[in-house]
Design a protein around this ligand. Sequence first.
Ligand code: PMP
Length: 474
Amino acid sequence: DPTLDPHSTIPSYGFQPAATQTKSPHNPALLHRSLAHQPDTVTHASGIHLTLSSGRTIIDACGGAAVSCIGQNNDEVFAAALQQMRRVSYVHTGAYTTSSAEDLASVILDVGAPYGLEKAFFVGSGSEAMDAAMKLARQFFYEGGRPERRHFVARRQSYHGATLGAMSLSSNLARKVPYEPLLLSNVSHVGPAYAYQYQRAEESEEQYVMRLAEELDGEFQRLGPETVIAFVAEPIVGATSGCVPAPSGYFRAVREVCDRYGVLLILDEVMCGMGRCGSYFAFEPEAVVPDIMTMGKGLGGGYAPIAGVLVGRKVVKGLRDGTGMFNHGHTYQAHPLSCASALAVQKIIKRDGLVERCRDRGLFLERELREALEGRKYVGDIRGRGLFWGIEFVQNKETKRSFEPKTEFGYRVQRKAFDLGVALYPGAATVDGVRGDHVLIAPPYTVTEAELKTIVQVVREAYDAVEWGVDEVS
Ligand code: PMP
């Protein structure tokens, strides 16, 4: 059936413009995020392309939400998943394990072990991984005879997940405010490492890093450093403000502050890890190793729901010296289908040198983006690493003031790009008066240079249309 192969219907430009398409009716039984709008139904997906029920094919330039890393419809992953399901479709991890789970841990620890990351375990989502990391860190101190340690310090302009624990760490107010009374009270937040908006004009990068480290130290002092469990941060902030790498030296500096008080460092690599930023772990370029690390999206590449936690030597030893168990589990933890799928994805990443490819293509994408958009009236910042790029829009480039929320600049760029056949991931979350209005580009590591050129061309066209529309109104 040729309609099962979306490539067979793709014209040379890579997609069909929306104007020639109609939207199909949806089944309203499904509660979508928005009760007012139903999203498009995707009927087929292959590589970087999604085919909608209208018959239209688009380029998924954001891999869902930085999830798809080897592209969709990969036969090797299907074969591995099927083989696992035929052999063992389910075991409860309280009593059993599977070779898929064990081998997946080994493949990841091949990279992690030299950094002192000793063990891996797997859950179903990034949020679950963050909650597990919080409980693990608390248990480390509880069993180590330090039950007074009960506080977490995270950062403003961050997102760590939708469960109540992970959301307590997050400061994405748009996603958080209605649920405030349900959230943990023992989480506080310090400033983000977000130079474009927060570094002062008179400050060098080094001074900015020093200021952030002093702020963290001050927060530990305020809480009583002996009561703090961990500092939690994304090495490259993803969904809140749009691919913001920390200034150089930042993680070394905060690691030092943590070490000064015996506070653990938890890095959330759910979005930026597993090769996405051009190194297998995002922490590698600075080689500042966390005590506990989470991973997610790129782990299973979207083939199955899976996320994980990597546990460093010190915490593993703490558990061994304590009760010798981590009393935390989900029914579908380390599910065989998820582990087999993720194992196949990780083997492909390794065998095909996709982390290196991601780094190289990332340099190409950066050049293309800068050439197409730098200097544009409302393009404030273009930043990222590997194949993880954000474009921040501001109303005034001098003051870096964001557009009013109602302008929805990033969302408009996303909608226009979608009409032109390219899916982007928009976001904005006002914190400290900074809106971080952006679109995010995070294609699979297998993306070609020609596809990247098309993506950038469409982003530029979409940006131009929105700029023109905004100027018209004002
Ligand atoms: N941490 C980060 C950095 C994330 O970007 C996300 C998801 N966007 C999560 C945690 C939560 O992951 P999940 O949606 O799989 O629960």
